[in-house]
Design a protein around this ligand. Structure first.
Ligand code: GLU
Length: 299
């Protein structure tokens, strides 16, 4: 019998792991272990212009140095275009995806007229391209919701943040599935791959929480199951933003077992776990935290 829990860590190889990304890696690994589940790694390298050559292997080595070893084969999104194409075709066949010919400029000026917030696509090409060449592909959110009898407001429950809701159509609009540059959009790739890998529990950084309602609508449209979600606290940079390479995050120092333990301890602290004593090996620290998490009733 397969485990009822499969989790994952899905880094984008835009650089090495830093103190912020280690929190999501550690949290997803510990949650899987605490549930006696499996933990998989997926390299999210669809946004090729942002990917750094070699960063994928370097990230896998960093994870291994921390004792975070995947329980199955690593998936590279760059090798999965045929599955994303098949998913898009399914949506097109249903009449739920349409080509969009709008340039960024056109979308912005339409928004200014309609007084939408900056991120909302006003649905200009929903009724057809009107002679414009197709650029991106978008999901017709309202068509999906109407056809499937889904409410306009998507409700979901985060295991840490509690009840969440979003009116995707109003707050985001018909979002992109395939970008104007031909690259697959994160939303489509993540939904197809979470299902392909049998992911039952998504544990990731809180900056991604806002994507969840879109992903749930897409899961419904494709007839795929919805995992449970837990969004972890973010590590902040000195300027008050989420820690990232852009605001000075350093690659983790994992040169010695002591350095690995220090990095893991810092991540564990963000997760509200107690620091592992300095004499422990990294794998012993992981076992300690797994025990601590098992002790708490899983939500
Ligand atoms: N690849 C995304 C990132 O590194 C994570 C996506 C996810 O966990 O859903 O930010």
């Amino acid at each position: 019998m397969g485990s009822p829990y499969t989790g994952r860590f899905a880094p984008s190889p835009t650089g090495l792991l830093h103190a912020g990304s280690l929190v999501a890696a550690l949290a997803s690994w510990l949650d899987a272990r605490a549930h006696a589940g499996r933990w998989l790694v997926r390299i999210e390298d669809v946004d090729t212009p942002r990917c750094v050559p070699g960063a994928d292997q370097a990230i896998l080595q960093q994870l291994a140095a921390c004792g975070l070893l995947p329980d199955g084969p690593v998936l590279w999104q760059s090798q999965r275009g045929e599955y994303y194409a098949a998913a898009l075709q399914t949506l097109v066949d249903q009449g739920w995806a349409y080509p969009c010919g709008c340039s960024r400029k056109e979308i912005e000026s339409a928004q200014a007229v309609a007084r939408h917030s900056a991120a909302v696509y006003p649905g200009t090409c929903r009724q057809g391209l009107r002679g414009k060449p197709a650029r991106a592909w978008r999901l017709n959110v309202q068509a999906v919701q109407a056809a499937l009898g889904l409410p306009a407001v998507t409700h979901w429950r985060d295991r840490r943040l509690g009840p969440q809701q979003q009116n995707v159509s109003q707050e985001v609009g018909d979002f992109v599935l395939r970008r104007a540059d031909g690259l697959w959009a994160y939303q489509l790739a993540v939904v197809v791959d979470d299902a392909a890998q049998g992911i039952t529990h998504v544990v990731r950084g809180q900056d991604l929480a806002d994507n969840t309602a879109r992903q749930i609508v897409l899961q419904r449209a494709l007839g795929l199951p919805t995992p449970q979600y837990l969004h972890t606290p973010l590590v902040m940079a000195a300027n008050g933003e989420k820690l990232s390479k852009q605001n000075g995050a350093q690659a983790l120092n994992l040169q010695t077992p002591q350095a690995v333990l220090a990095a893991l301890n810092a991540a564990a602290q963000v997760l509200g776990l107690s620091a592992a004593p300095a004499h422990l090996a990294p794998t012993q620290a992981l076992a300690l935290w797994t025990g601590q998490l098992r002790g708490k009733a899983p939500p």
